[in-house]
Design a protein around this ligand. Structure first.
Ligand SMILES: [Zn+2]
Length: 420
């Protein structure tokens, strides 16, 4: 009998702990009716039940969030967690080290998680591949942070956005070693990224705002070069995210088969039609149109780039809304400060998007874009227990999302200022 009770004990310790989370209402990320009141049963890292009322079984932990609103963990499709606030990336290249970027990355990852972001797609560090190490440390539970998918070292052309050595041609910085011109070099850059641990490819299809060289309106890679990147990534079973502001670059990237058009500042009717018909998603970064022009660290020449396209970027977003386009959600932090994720939603709502649509974009649609519809983006049985709570109803006032008071990622509570 000793053997039997030993087995029973082993089973008992292996059973995941049960937590019941209760709140006044649930906005589950699917875009349908609000559930009020709401209860979510969490076992281990997964959600196992969602209902208006759930009894807490013996031994279960009860988290009563009172008048709060429960939502799925948010997803940010465009972050640079290892880049710190308040320092231009060119300055970081000559005054900081990869170690400093890693340490600041852990700080920013924690801030980001505490703002309700439980998963993010990191669009490239200034020091190549530091994001890979940060992703791995978070995944192992060494430091708190969102689940990360990382770009490693973005793929850029000589003289384009991402060619860091345009401030002095005599300064050697590692990031320029990934510059690639012509299909052959691009294939090599893509392979190098995957070898070094990247999850996906970020390609700079047009110029950028906070950069020198070719302008954001211009396409910096030829159609063939973009196709080479997508073709190679496809062979690895991976996706490509395209940084693209100008219209021609946006269309070339969609035609080449990228997964996302990041920024997408200068859409026209044809580009919107192409996005509607294809598998590429528009992932605007709207709030940064408000932060770059007033930033103390952005040089005047780059503020001028921002002024040239900001109004058109806002107009593109409004056109996309009118067209009923599927829209992803992203911040581009630290172009806006880390930890202020919800400002992107507040700003989009101020441009005419409904609070529900902005929340669905930040959760279910973003999960769809990552290919994670089976595990993230909604509060449903079977999904990761990634839950966020805010003190009031975000459908009445979207700004309440700026006051996240409870964060659970994979069943582990990282922030709780709301439970009673
Ligand atoms: Zn970016």
């Amino acid at each position: 009998m000793i053997g039997l009770s030993y087995i029973a004990l082993a089973v008992a310790t292996a059973a995941p702990s049960v937590t019941i989370v209760r709140a006044a209402r649930l906005v589950d990320g699917r875009g349908g009716a609000v559930m009020a009141p709401a209860a979510v049963r969490v076992e281990g890292e997964r959600i196992t039940a969602v209902a208006e009322r759930l009894d807490a079984p013996a031994g279960a932990k009860l988290v009563d969030l009172g008048a709060a609103t429960l939502l799925p963990g948010f997803i940010d499709l465009h972050t640079h967690l290892t880049d710190r606030d308040g320092m231009h990336w060119e300055e970081a290249l000559v005054k900081t080290t990869p170690g400093e970027a890693a340490i600041w990355g852990t700080h920013n990852a924690k801030l980001t998680l505490e703002s309700g972001v439980t998963s993010c797609r990191d669009m490239g560090p200034t020091w190549p591949y530091v994001d890979v190490d940060l992703r791995n440390a978070i995944a192992k539970g060494v430091v708190p942070g969102p689940r990360m998918l990382v770009a490693g070292s973005y793929v850029s052309s000589t003289g384009g956005a991402g060619d860091a050595r345009q401030f002095s041609i005599f300064v050697d910085v590692p990031i320029v070693r990934n510059l690639a011109d012509g299909p052959d070099e691009i294939v090599k850059a893509v392979r190098t990224n995957f070898k070094n641990g990247a999850d996906f490819i970020k390609i700079l299809v047009t110029g950028a705002v906070t950069s020198k060289g070719i302008g954001p309106e211009q396409q910096q890679y030829s159609d063939q070069e973009i196709q080479a990147a997508v073709g190679e990534a496809k062979r690895w079973g991976r996706e490509v995210a395209a940084h693209a502001h100008g219209t021609a670059g946006i269309k070339a990237a969609i035609r080449a088969g990228v997964r996302t058009i990041d920024h997408g500042s200068l859409l026209d009717a044809e580009a919107i039609q192409m996005l509607k018909a294809g598998r590429a998603y528009y992932v605007p970064t709207m709030y940064v149109t408000q932060t770059v022009v007033s930033s103390p660290i952005v040089p005047e020449a780059e503020k001028e780039r921002s002024r040239r396209i900001d109004d058109m970027a806002i107009e593109s977003f409004k056109q996309a809304l009118r067209a009923g386009l599927r829209i992803g959600l992203a911040t581009d932090a630290p172009v806006m400060p880390h930890g202020q994720y919800a400002r992107e939603l507040s700003f989009r709502v101020s441009l005419g998007e409904s609070p529900m649509a902005a929340i669905v974009s930040a959760t279910r649609v973003n999960a769809e874009i990552l290919g994670w519809s089976d595990r993230a983006g909604t509060v449903e049985a079977g999904k990761w227990a990634d839950l966020v709570a805010v003190p009031a109803d975000p459908l009445v006032d979207i700004k309440t999302l700026e006051a996240v008071g409870f964060v659970m990622k994979g069943g582990v509570v990282y922030r709780d200022q709301l439970s009673r």
